[in-house]
Write a protein that binds this ligand. Sequence first.
Ligand code: UD1
Ligand code: UDP
Length: 360
Amino acid sequence: MTKVLTVIGTRPQFIKAAAVSRVIKEQTNIKEVLIHTGQHYDDVMSEIFFREMDIPKPDYHFSINTSTHATMTAQMLEGIEQAVIKEKPDIVLVYGDTNSTLAGALAASKLHVPVAHIEAGLRSFYMDMPEEVNRILTDRISNKLFCPTSAAMHNLEVEGLNTPDRVVVNTGDVMYDAALYYAKLAEERSHILHTLNLKPDSYLLATVHRAENTDNKERLASIVAAINTLSKQHKIILPLHPRTKKMLEQFHLELECTVIEPVGYFDMISLIKNCHMVLTDSGGLQKESYFFHKYCITLRDQTEWVELTQAGCSKIAGAEKEHILQAVSDFYTKPFHNGSVFYGDGNASRIICQYLSSTS
Ligand code: UD1
Ligand code: UDP
């Protein structure tokens, strides 16, 4: 029996873990213990995903102070260390690139417990992003590195991390597993189109939450100006992340579009499937746009999901108003072409489970 201690704490990690935990539950040779670090804590950023997506109730759920990166990470480290000492897992499983990811990997590594990293190898090559630091450090101390794409595998090769003492494998992307599985349930359970009185293909979907956009007044103001200009012509639905809400207030900026509370995953899938186009700085949403055959305008200066830009399915527009408007205009009437398979076949979680339970 392999005992896996999973560490999650943010919205995208709940969604990824839902896909993997569902497969773990079917295995007779893996037992999962779950830690929720408490990094995200509002009902609409946390509990809603556990309820809707049938994620097991966490065995440990910390309450942390999210004020600064170091304080937050330090508080998580303390809690995770205690749990690792008590549970004596065979392996600690972490997801993505958040502070919860790094805390989980670091706590385990210091106790000589092997670390498995889902979404290994992604790089933006922009060290000012907290996520870039988290993912580089996590990959360096991980023993099993599960890459979602061939670009991620390539990055690990270049960094010299694909060594015989590590498992480095392209498993496909667990977010694709999640999208395929939960899209069926979303059809039955989401009523968001009805609630917001939306017709399919009649609106653009936007999200913004990355620190490099929200915490920079000039960039945030420029994105807001682009959205406000676009909303004179198009209906725009924008589920507002709490970080962005706080920063809009601080900078006295106002969005003139349909701003809604963050939504659960079923509603989000329904909003993506039925929109005309996506504008986002979210990592997850860039791919989900592709999964559901929508163009994505990426409100960042670089992306980890390079295959999408290379294939012409998404466009890097940064935060410049004129670039964003131009990108919308370029994509607006173009039919979506979905030729290649970049993210596996929907079985990433199963492949990961096989590697989790094997000793090599
Ligand atoms: C974090 C991740 C980011 C990821 C995002 C997913 C890090 C460094 N960043 O960013 O990579 O894309 O999660 O959404 O780990 N807040 C609330 N309620 C909540 C959660 C947050 O009010 O439930 C507010 C808090 O004031 C907090 C701020 O949002 O200070 C930012 O939260 P934090 O977890 O620090 O970073 P995110 O921007 O959510
Ligand atoms: N998401 C959601 N509700 C929302 C906004 C996003 O369920 O109101 C989902 C989205 O579909 C994707 C994930 O959350 O699966 C992405 O999370 P986020 O954008 O917060 O983080 P990132 O992927 O950028 O790390």
